[in-house]
Design a protein around this ligand. Structure first.
Ligand code: VG1
Ligand code: CO
Length: 543
């Protein structure tokens, strides 16, 4: 065994997006591509002597090969110890949990999350820092800068390591410990939620279907929900992580998890339905014949946090991404706690959680989480709902409708225009920016524009600034239209249009969502000339 220094040259385009570096598998398979990026991560971290690194991924195609490469590079760069999930498997929240529990320097997660996998699909890599959260922009910027000048990387020529059996071994001087992917995480969940109450709920005949979408949430949901909580076998479906996610799109929304939605729409549907994404940090919550929007889910968990032992002492604050509906703000106001509005991406919640300013966080994109780790957490959200259902003894629909009665309903929808021409998307956003100032006071479709701007954020803890985080048009009644370009896609551009309208009157709480938002949808199209600019008359995905 020897440590090699391999000459290389910079590869263009290695700037991490909303959540890590994501590219087609074929790009990651190019010579030096992964190695360059990983070396830049190590170079940015500085002295690695004596440090522990956590390593795992969502099991998608190329995961195992990438794990071996990274192990050999970690050894060659002087990392003291790596904790790697057995089979190369660790969900994103589990990596966060393990980093925190073992006080690791950080972790590398191999995942393109909700993006499709397989040889023709996407691959991705992201770095989590010592608090267990996504590297903040200062770190990802430094990594990116380094990718533009890299000249060599270090790697051991040792043979591949056995990662399929637990236990310790050595690679060069580095200790490698293969850990059970689920145990530490399951133990943490047991501390947060009332497992006895949930066990009783299942024992009483309560039925559930959890669709793991052939992704990494499967082993966690199976071990916890069927194993520790005693739900009958078959409660968790599609629970073996597959390299291509069974050919599906592991994005738990009503469009991609159509099979679950169809099941939940039947008269004999289970009491509760849920799904998680590729790396198990997203969650979808479904009742019988009733979908819960992620924005409502955050608000409802916040309003009822005390049902769970982990939050019995109350919550300090809530944080939500800007495009997420303001349903959580109303709960925060009622609780007399702050609600923070951050740019899209979990990395912006880390400082608020570390400082104890926020306890619960959420994004409209099916992401919910808390200060138990520093990533969003799909299985956690599902267990929180189970705890809530066990304590309340009501249906999902009853819980949501009672919430609306108390706080009002924030009608909410996101329209995605996927895979549009990148230049056309840029033109659309640039044109919108030019129009913003003139929109103030303009009346359209019975709405009057209160203000329109490009969202900017200054982190209240460390003062870091983020600009151009989404264009918002806010109406005098608080209704909003937000436009953003996705930072996770790998083909062309994706335009996201977020729509929100508040309705206090319970008599008006049962309008179909797209109908309730029709006037705003029309304004969104006309102000941004979406059809004209993108050549699309309809969104590709509506959630
Ligand atoms: C999307 C979501 C964002 C989420 C991100 C990562 O980003 O909108 O809310 O944090 O995905 O989620 P974008 O830039 O495409 O809108 V995941 O589950 O891919 O880690
Ligand atoms: Co994800």
């Amino acid at each position: 065994m020897a440590i090699q220094t391999i000459q290389t040259t910079p590869v263009a385009g290695q700037r991490p997006g909303t959540s890590g570096l994501r590219k087609k598998v074929g790009v990651f398979q190019q010579a030096h591509y992964l190695e360059n990026f990983v070396q830049c991560v190590f170079d940015t971290l500085g002295d690695l002597a004596g440090k522990t690194l956590v390593l795992g991924g969502d099991g998608r195609f190329h995961n195992r090969a990438a794990i071996q490469t990274i192990l050999k590079m970690a050894a060659a760069n002087g990392v003291a110890r790596v904790l790697v999930g057995r089979g190369g498997i660790l969900s994103t929240p589990a990596v966060s949990c393990v980093i925190r529990k073992y006080e690791a320097m950080g972790g590398i997660i191999l995942s393109a999350s909700h993006n499709p996998g397989g040889p023709d699909g996407d691959f991705g890599i992201k770095y989590d820092i010592g608090n267990g959260g996504p590297a903040p922009e200062a770190v990802t910027d430094a990594i990116y800068q380094r990718t533009t000048t890299i000249a060599s990387y270090r790697i051991s020529d040792a043979p591949d390591l056995d990662i399929d059996h637990g236990g310790r071994s050595y690679l060069e001087q580095m200790q490698v410990e293969v850990i059970d992917p689920v145990d530490d995480y399951a133990e943490l969940m047991e501390q947060l939620f009332d497992f006895d109450a949930i066990r009783k709920l299942f024992a009483s005949g309560f039925t559930m279907r959890f669709d793991a979408m052939h992704a990494v949430g499967g082993p966690y949901a199976k071990a916890i929900i069927e194993g520790r909580l005693g739900a009958p076998e078959g409660t968790v479906i599609n629970c073996v992580p597959r390299e291509d996610f069974g050919g599906g799109h592991p994005d738990p929304n009503p469009v991609n998890a159509a099979e679950l939605i169809e099941l939940m729409a039947r008269d004999d549907a289970p009491d509760f339905g849920a799904a998680s994404d590729g790396d198990a940090d997203r969650n979808m919550i479904v009742g019988r014949k009733f979908d819960v929007t992620p924005s409502d889910s955050l608000a409802i968990l916040a309003a009822n946090a005390q049902v769970a032992p982990g939050y019995r002492g109350g919550i300090a604050g809530i944080a939500r991404s800007m495009p997420t509906s303001s349903a959580a703000d109303r709960v925060a106001a009622a609780l007399g706690i702050p609600c923070y509005e951050t740019p899209t991406g979990w990395k912006y919640f880390g400082t608020l959680l570390d400082a104890g300013l926020a306890t619960l966080c959420g994004e409209e994109s099916y992401g919910t989480g808390s200060n138990h780790v520093r990533e969003k957490d799909g299985v956690w959200a599902v267990l929180f709902w189970l705890n809530l259902l066990a304590v309340k003894g009501q249906s999902v629909q009853q819980i949501v409708e009672e919430h609306w009665q108390r706080f009002g309903r924030n009608y909410y929808s996101r329209h995605d225009y996927e895979g549009i021409d990148a230049h056309a998307a840029k033109v659309l956003m640039d044109d919108l920016r030019v129009k913003l100032a003139a929109l103030k006071g303009v009346e359209m479709n019975h709405y009057t524009v209160d203000f329109a701007d490009d969202f900017e954020y200054t982190d209240p803890v460390d003062g870091a600034k983020a600009t151009q985080q989404g264009i918002r048009i806010v109406m005098t009644d608080g209704s909003r239209i937000v436009y953003r370009l996705s930072g996770t896609g790998t083909e062309g551009a994706t335009l996201r249009v977020y729509l929100e309208r508040y309705e206090a009157d319970p008599e008006q709480h049962h309008i179909p969502t797209q109908q309730a938002l029709a006037a705003l949808i029309a304004i969104a199209d006309s102000v941004a000339s979406i059809a004209y600019n993108t050549g699309r008359s309809n969104p590709t995905v509506i959630t």
